[in-house]
Design a protein around this ligand. Structure first.
Ligand code: LMR
Length: 345
């Protein structure tokens, strides 16, 4: 982390101070647990998405249970911070919680999180939970402590699909395309393995980049595709279901341990319930977005057949070996141990 904050970050921090955001405002004469607190929570997607709704549920639970003493101020849609600076904002204390996708932890020094980006690794979110709810997920969250961050839990969006101005159903269809990717080396490599050129861009710039032709296509779950209006700048959505997209809720130890213990328990319990709620609605929400997309009718929706899926799977096989080289084979072994046994070999 740089010793001094970039000027725009400082400006926004000053602004936040003015509008009354900030960590616990403990009054010297009040008991600690009675002090009012605002939790500032920044994220990059629309409120009407699995992530947006999960965090909104968190806000409701915290505010209700604390009798409005603990407020949660949510800044959605990258309003304050985008992919590139939200972690830095957390480190600097400009926000108190973020919920980035797991693909965004690699560039800040946690490449092990890219395990979740491996293409065609999971058949269902139930399989993902064998990792996130087990020892491997715990180890991943603990690693965040190296930067004084604290991982509070994982939650799902769902499975990603490919979009462009043509169907993307087999490797030959990707050749020559510039595909927007998150800042994950695994996803970049996946695109290269398919014959495309990966272009890393923040989420908030993706729609515009598609519109202006800076990139030709992208990948995301349907809820993100729909709520960003990508159907107005892409003509074809291919339901490849090739990769998982999920999130981790992260806070800073400085903020967290400054909260009185009873408040920490309240927040933690509210978050646990909000994440369970989010996981229970994510699939349905993506299905709803797909139905809305089909009704809107501006995008053609394609489903790859089995032979096409096999070709896609074959093409991206080398990605796993490359990740093993970067983060060490034991991580991959732990991953495969956590998955159903029929995956071996
Ligand atoms: C993306 O950047 O494509 C998504 O991960 C955004 C999000 O947080 O869902």
């Amino acid at each position: 982390m740089p010793a001094t904050a970039p000027p725009d970050l400082l400006r926004r921090r000053q602004w936040l101070g003015r509008v009354g955001g900030g960590a616990a405002t403990a009054l010297p004469w009040a008991s600690q647990a009675a002090a009012s607190t605002t939790i500032r929570l920044s994220h990059v997607v629309a409120p009407d998405t699995p992530k947006g709704m999960t965090l909104e549920r968190f806000r409701t639970l915290v505010e209700e249970r604390s009798g409005q003493r603990i407020r949660v101020q949510i800044y959605p849609q990258g309003q304050l911070y985008g992919d590139q600076d939200e972690m830095q904002a957390l480190q600097l204390g400009a926000v108190d919680m973020v919920a980035p996708s797991l693909s965004k932890f690699g560039p800040i020094g946690f490449p092990e999180f890219e395990l979740f980006d491996l293409p065609f690794l999971f058949n269902s979110v139930t399989e993902v939970r064998r990792l996130t709810q087990g020892p491997l997920g715990q180890r991943l969250l603990e690693r965040l402590g190296r930067q004084r961050l604290l991982g509070l839990g994982f939650f799902d969006n769902g499975f990603k699909h490919m979009s462009a101005n043509r169907p993307l159903l087999e490797p030959a269809h990707f050749i020559g395309l510039r595909m927007r990717v998150q800042a994950s080396r695994v996803i970049a490599q996946q695109m290269r393995a398919l014959g495309a050129q990966p272009v890393t861009l923040p989420f908030s710039e993706t729609r515009r980049a598609l519109e202006t032709g800076v990139v030709d296509g992208t990948e995301n779950p349907v809820s993100n595709f729909w709520t960003q209006g990508m159907q107005t700048v892409q003509s074809d959505l291919s339901l490849t279901q090739h990769g998982y997209l999920g999130y981790a809720v992260v806070t800073h130890q400085r903020f967290w341990f400054n909260l009185p213990a009873p408040d920490r328990s309240l927040v933690q319990q509210a978050l646990r319930e909000a994440l369970m709620f989010g996981n229970s609605i994510a699939d349905a929400h993506n299905d709803k977005a797909l139905a809305a997309l089909q009704v809107a009718g501006s995008v053609r929706v394609h489903r790859p057949n089995n032979a096409q899926l096999t070709r896609l799977r074959q093409a991206v096989l080398p990605v796993q070996a490359d990740l093993a080289q970067r983060i060490g084979q034991p991580w991959l072994d732990a991953l495969h141990d956590a998955l159903p046994k029929e995956r071996h070999g």
